[in-house]
Design a protein around this ligand. Structure first.
Ligand SMILES: *[C@@H]1O[C@H](CO)[C@@H](O)[C@H](O)[C@H]1NC(C)=O
Ligand SMILES: *[C@@H]1O[C@H](CO)[C@@H](O)[C@H](O)[C@H]1NC(C)=O
Ligand SMILES: *[C@@H]1O[C@H](CO)[C@@H](O)[C@H](O)[C@H]1NC(C)=O
Ligand SMILES: *[C@@H]1O[C@H](CO)[C@@H](O)[C@H](O)[C@H]1NC(C)=O
Ligand SMILES: *[C@@H]1O[C@H](CO)[C@@H](O)[C@H](O)[C@H]1NC(C)=O
Ligand SMILES: *[C@@H]1O[C@H](CO)[C@@H](O)[C@H](O)[C@H]1NC(C)=O
Ligand SMILES: *[C@@H]1O[C@H](CO)[C@@H](O)[C@H](O)[C@H]1NC(C)=O
Ligand SMILES: *[C@@H]1O[C@H](CO)[C@@H](O)[C@H](O)[C@H]1NC(C)=O
Ligand SMILES: *[C@@H]1O[C@H](CO)[C@@H](O)[C@H](O)[C@H]1NC(C)=O
Length: 489
């Protein structure tokens, strides 16, 4: 934390006069009322200002809906003056001071709202130019209202404003006019690097994203490119459900027939053992509740989302031992996802689009694959969860095979699980929940403006039991006992 210098804030707060309360980078985030928390917050509107502007934000609604309730809470100060880099690369001095304004919405979900944010009480004619219309997904308490064609959510990750990423965003925004969805999940790694140019790079990116990220409630997972200062820069901008307790590292929320569990495996890999234990305890408790028979009858789908993945099979990197090592590194998380019958794990990090057959406890599980066409598959699974990698949002580091002939021959379950991979097609994915047992996953290629692949996935939501002691663990255990015996004698 000593790299992170907070200015003489108190003094600054006292002298700053709220002058520039112009609404910048508005974003709509899914609220705590979609969780099991006691909360009346259905969504959070966050936006940035260059002045403190305490308490000045107000909302104007086109329909003047008086039932639309909200409250403004104290702004979060973003004060940075330090050297930053990503993994030791591109070290640069970063300095900025701005404020994230937070409005907690308590709206119901009956209709769509057109809202205009007003950032300045003193001059309420200078307001944010664009009106955004949004509708919030139905609350878990309204689940009975979902019957057919449940929910549809969109996801992508690893994106910046280089040509391919911009093309994806443009196509997505265009396509969205006719292809509506309910919620949007950002899988991490945005802007590359968002702190650069004194934060301007990230701001430009969020500005481009705003038409989407203010029309659909957003759940945003940080990636490994967001880990500076222990994720502080990210956490000053985005507030996911349960933020006050878990600081965006893990959380869950329920929309329609899906219980979403968000886990930041990168945080897991760099944090202390205490924090790891806390995360695992939380995950176990959350999944135990979500998978109990009564609960699962109403909300049958459990979908994990995050940036980093555990089942990582990248055939285009020679010797990508880091990626292959994730399976072992994240085994305690995998064991819980497997044990409680998680259906899918939607991730990014690897910059391609991939579907992996169901795995559990680091082993390939049984499945049936029916080939409908070269781009459409029916996948039926029992135990284990399907991994969908959607890290093809388009960014500065495309996956270029050094030589396909140098592919690693793992001859392992990981390699066998690879059902589909498209490394050179930039785009995004949707999941449409059809009913209790079926979802449809469609991935779009934004450059060629076409559907890339479709998987009709059928799941019977089976648990694969708790992890059995592996042979390796048994050996280790025996050695521990043996050495204990020898030490004792
Ligand atoms: C909500 O949390 C409480 C306490 O942890 C638990 O008893 C209850 O089953 C949970 N309900 C749901 C719907 O998850
Ligand atoms: C935006 O909303 C405001 C407040 O309801 C309204 O006065 C204005 O006409 C709207 N502007 C547009 C372009 O729709
Ligand atoms: C804008 O400010 C004027 C003068 O202070 C006030 O009369 C008016 O009600 C305000 N309008 C809104 C929408 O807040
Ligand atoms: C866009 O993607 C293509 C295909 O992977 C790649 O050859 C090209 O370098 C990328 N362009 C940029 C600007 O990253
Ligand atoms: C947007 O959609 C229109 C009409 O479908 C199409 O002509 C145009 O090329 C699209 N633009 C992009 C960037 O996808
Ligand atoms: C989180 O904490 C802040 C500051 O204490 C508080 O204003 C806010 O209402 C809390 N959010 C929720 C959802 O409880
Ligand atoms: C990083 O943040 C987590 C909370 O997200 C906290 O528990 C942990 O102590 C922090 N680590 C350091 C080194 O500050
Ligand atoms: C993979 O890495 C190992 C250990 O670093 C090395 O011995 C081996 O030659 C590498 N294989 C290839 C194909 O590069
Ligand atoms: C669920 O959807 C699938 C695919 O559309 C369909 O074949 C199946 O009959 C549906 N199941 C139920 C119980 O409606």
């Amino acid at each position: 934390m000593n790299r992170y210098i907070i200015f003489a804030l108190i003094a600054l707060l006292a002298i700053v006069s709220a002058q520039d309360c112009k609404v910048q980078l508005p974003r709509l985030l899914i609220g705590d009322k979609y969780t099991n928390a006691t909360s009346d917050v259905t969504a959070i509107i966050a936006f940035d200002t260059t002045d403190l502007c305490k308490g000045v934000a107000t909302l104007n609604f086109n329909k003047g809906d008086p039932s639309f309730d909200f409250r403004v809470i104290d702004p979060v100060v973003q004060a940075v003056d330090t050297m930053l880099d990503h993994n030791g690369n591109e070290k640069e001095q970063v300095k900025y001071l701005k404020y994230t304004q937070i409005i907690q919405l308590k709206a119901d979900v009956q209709q769509s709202y057109t809202v205009q944010i007003q950032g300045n009480k003193a001059d309420n004619t200078t307001i944010f130019g664009t009106n955004y219309t949004f509708i919030l997904p139905k609350l878990p308490s309204d689940n009975s209202k979902y019957t057919e064609n449940q929910i549809k959510f969109m996801f992508f990750g690893d994106q910046d404003l280089t040509a391919n990423g911009t093309a994806v965003l443009n196509y997505l925004q265009n396509n969205t006019k006719s292809n509506k969805f309910d919620a949007m999940i950002y899988l991490g790694d945005y802007a590359y690097e968002f702190y650069q140019q004194n934060g301007k790079k990230g701001d430009n990116y969020i500005e481009q994203l705003a038409p989407l990220s203010f029309s659909y409630p957003l759940a945003m997972t940080p990636g490994n490119h967001e880990d500076n200062l222990n994720f502080t820069l990210f956490n000053e901008k985005f507030f996911l459900p349960g933020f006050n307790k878990t600081k965006n590292n893990y959380n869950s929320f329920t929309i329609g027939m899906v219980h979403f569990v968000h886990i930041n495996l990168h945080f897991f890999s760099i944090t202390t053992n205490d924090e790891k234990d806390k995360m695992l305890k939380w995950l176990k408790n959350d999944l135990a509740i979500a998978s109990n028979a009564g609960q699962r009858k109403n909300v049958p789908w459990i979908i994990a989302v995050g940036h980093k993945l555990n089942y990582c099979y990248n055939p285009y990197y020679v010797n990508n031992t880091e990626c292959i090592g994730y399976a072992q590194q994240f085994l305690p998380v995998d064991n819980l996802l497997s044990q409680f019958g998680v259906d899918l794990f939607i991730v990014a990090h690897e910059h391609y689009n991939q579907v992996m057959a169901p795995m559990a406890h680091n082993q390939l599980q049984e499945y049936q694959l029916k080939i409908i066409s070269s781009t459409e598959f029916n996948l039926k699974k029992g135990k284990g969860y399907v991994t969908i990698v959607q890290g093809n949002g388009g960014c500065v580091t495309p996956i270029i095979p050094q030589s396909k002939s140098r592919m690693l021959d793992l001859a392992s379950d990981l390699q066998k699980a690879n059902l589909f991979i498209a490394p050179f097609n930039y785009g995004y994915g949707y999941i449409q929940v059809i009913n209790q047992t079926n979802v449809e996953y469609v991935s779009y290629d934004a450059i060629n403006q076409k559907e890339l692949v479709k998987f009709n996935i059928k799941s019977t939501h089976q648990s694969s039991g708790s992890s059995s002691t592996t042979f390796g663990q048994l050996i280790t255990f025996s050695l521990v006992i043996l050495s204990a015996l020898f030490t004792a004698f």
